[in-house]
Design a protein around this ligand. Sequence first.
Ligand code: NAD
Length: 455
Amino acid sequence: MNVVVAGAGYVGLTISVTLAYVGHDVACVDVDEGKIELLHSGKVPIFEPGLAAMLNLVRAGVRFTSCYRDAGVDQADVIFVSVGTPSLPNGTTDLRYVKAAAREIGRNLGPGLTVIVNKSTVPIGSGNLVNALVRDVFRTHNEDDPGDRYVVASSPEFLREGSALHDALYPDRIVVGAEDQRAVDVLSSLYRPILNQDFPAPEFLPRPYGLGAVPLVTTNLPSAELIKYAANCFLAVKIGYINEMAQLAERVGADVTQVARGMGLDSRIGPRFLRAGIGWGGSCFGKDSAALISTAEEYGLTSPIIQAAREINERQRRWVGERLLSELKTLKGRKIALLGLAFKPHTDDLRDAPALDIARRLLARGAQVSAHDPVALSRARREYPDLGVLYCDDALAAVREADALVLVTEWPEYRRLPWEKVKGLLRVPLLLDGRNFLPRHELERLGYRYVGVGR
Ligand code: NAD
């Protein structure tokens, strides 16, 4: 099928190469000309494991452009809208990029049936909004009604940064929401190789053992839109819950990692998303939880559970500074080293990263902050040049003469640091393990004052 993907970000690039890999002709269009230039020169503008290798593999099946007409919107069977949907200051969703994409699609629509799919996470009702925008723009340019030229569907994306390709090729489920059966038929056939799992797995991304057919969940438009928010907010609540337990565990002398294990083995609960730490970040949980709360408000409802999850997350971030203050008595003039800047390992994404927030709070208390990250440093230097943090290319340089070290992102390489040497470089051997990730007993044996979350 001919597919156009609007947006070449974490989601758009991943679905572009995935659909090309399973045999479709894909054109990926992005208004950021710098990104498109990089892609033309064979470079990937983001860090996502396997993406460069996959792009290499599907070169012939995917092309990149910054022009909707050149992307072949008029010939497209399916167009995915996968542009950014950031939060506005009041928590509602900024739909300007979705609207701009919809207008471009309306302007360039061809005579055949095109299924326009919202893959961006968009508030309930956005399917209708896109529908109306495409129709209005088409009418303005053609003095005619678009009639049967397009239908709108929602197919939210559930990939996780850091394992985006894996999640796109081997999803737990695919959701398609539409009011028109033709959209469901077209998308079922587009997704068929993934649903049936009958494509040869790439060598570098083997199919998970035992994976059978992928369930297709078909719904009406608002249900598909709500599924995405409901799923993300549930995960945010689950993390918030274990973090609430962590705070209590610390007071009562319990170890939250043991509590989580004891809870998670209950098959009704499950072990995932039960790792206490300094909280979630990233481009989705914060904005999607804010958006769901504001959607509920529009309908006269409150969302106390989601609200609480957000507050607990905020408390976890605050706790870092408070705990360091209680250990060091003052933060003024202290040097605090942060290991990890990305919001989670295996990505360079810094959107709503806890590290940035924690750094700002420490700086505001008069501390000096140094930071290292194996992948996200250049992005941090580019996007946050004035944060006031000393960015260090080497973890050992970041920790030199620090009064405390905070493990913010659980990059596997931090487990393998020469911890004895690190201790010799620190002014005070205080280690706050914000992800309960490092080998506590070994570190204590080396003489560290180890502080975990909820233990
Ligand atoms: P991103 O910021 O990485 O990418 C968005 C891209 O859209 C940018 O490259 C931008 O230049 C481009 N763009 C903006 N306006 C455009 C337009 N009019 N036409 C074409 N391109 C345009 O964002 P992302 O992380 O890929 O997220 C995209 C959407 O997917 C969001 O709604 C997000 O909530 C959702 N989502 C993200 C993830 C994730 O893990 N990142 C997971 C699931 C869903």
